[in-house]
Design a protein around this ligand. Structure first.
Ligand code: GYE
Length: 305
């Protein structure tokens, strides 16, 4: 009641931190879990969250960030849909003295003073893990691989491709015979896989999908073509969402490399630290593992996304 009589420090503590968050969209199970994690963690931390969904369009993210700047939020966080084209809006945030936190995906700007920290997975390593599983488990003869890439120009699509190629390089029996984007969605994954199955006269031995949703879409296409996913075509994907575990338990998906979307709690911690003037590490890497089909039934009950 006696607000006027309170010392300034107490008043400052009473003021809720306002966080503006620009999300990519709702393209995958991963993304939905990520959004949930952020909303729940904001609530738990008592942080006021202004949440904006960009429907997978960079222009919408730039608009959202500009509106957060105009509203003078305390911190801006966002998951950049693609890597490039962020310099101008990041400089606007810096000029307005609003700290920016990158979550999940990186930007390819040289000036790293434009963000305080980047938290998320090592996509290059995820691609390598997918490649290592393949060379360790699918051997003998020619291995023709089709690849479903994520969103064109996005950090996970670029790095998951690179990491995987790094591992199969110098092993001529492993060949990527077709590679196309499925934009990280089930619908596109199915559509592109249908085209692969129709167009390719060569036998397809392996599907490498940059996320589980595209793999799940592709599984439908493979079954509709009269083939057995997981057997006739081995399938490697990334994320390890519940849908992937269900597919693994049904014997239709061979392995999923884990990529955790549960970034909410560490994001709120970083927001609080930044507002309190504490230094946060420039890079916070998510710890993750690999789940082969054989481990799915045992792991499934423990999965949180
Ligand atoms: O793998 C995919 C999502 O950026 C790590 O985006 C994320 C990726 C994730 O749509 O399912």
């Amino acid at each position: 009641a006696l607000a006027a009589g309170l010392p300034l420090s107490v008043l400052a503590q009473q003021k809720k931190i306002v966080l503006g968050f620009s999300q990519i969209g709702a393209e995958s199970e991963w993304r939905t879990a990520n959004t949930e994690s952020i909303k729940q963690a904001a609530k738990d931390a008592g942080i006021e969250l202004k949440f904006s969904d960009a429907q997978q369009k960079q222009e919408n993210q730039i608009k959202a960030i500009r509106s957060f700047i105009a509203q003078k939020v305390d911190v801006i966080a966002f998951s950049p849909v693609v890597e490039s084209g962020w310099g101008t809006v990041l400089r606007e945030a810096k000029a307005a003295k609003i700290p920016v936190i990158l979550t999940d995906r990186a930007v390819n700007e040289k000036d790293d003073s434009l963000w305080v920290t980047f938290m998320g997975s090592d996509f290059l390593e995820e691609g390598r893990k997918a490649g290592r599983w393949l060379v360790d488990n699918v051997k003998g003869g020619e291995v023709n691989i089709v690849e479903l890439q994520g969103t064109v120009g996005s950090a996970p699509a670029i790095d998951r491709k690179k990491g995987f190629e790094e591992v199969i390089k110098g092993k001529p029996q492993y060949k990527i015979v077709r590679s196309q984007t499925g934009d990280f969605t089930r619908a596109k994954g199915k559509e592109v896989m249908q085209a692969f199955l129709k167009a390719d006269p060569k036998k397809i031995n392996v599907l490498y999908a940059h996320n589980d949703d595209m793999a799940i879409g592709a599984i439908q296409a493979i079954e509709e073509a009269g083939l057995k996913p997981g057997q006739d075509i081995k399938i490697v994907s990334i994320d390890a969402v519940k849908g992937a575990f269900e597919a693994m338990m049904a014997g239709k998906l061979n392995v999923s490399v884990e990529c955790s979307p549960l970034l909410g709690p560490q994001l709120m911690k970083a927001v609080q630290d930044v507002v309190a003037g504490k230094t946060v590490p420039k890079r916070i890497v998510t710890e993750e593992t690999v789940f082969p089909m054989e481990s799915a039934a045992k792991e499934f009950p423990k999965r949180k996304y």
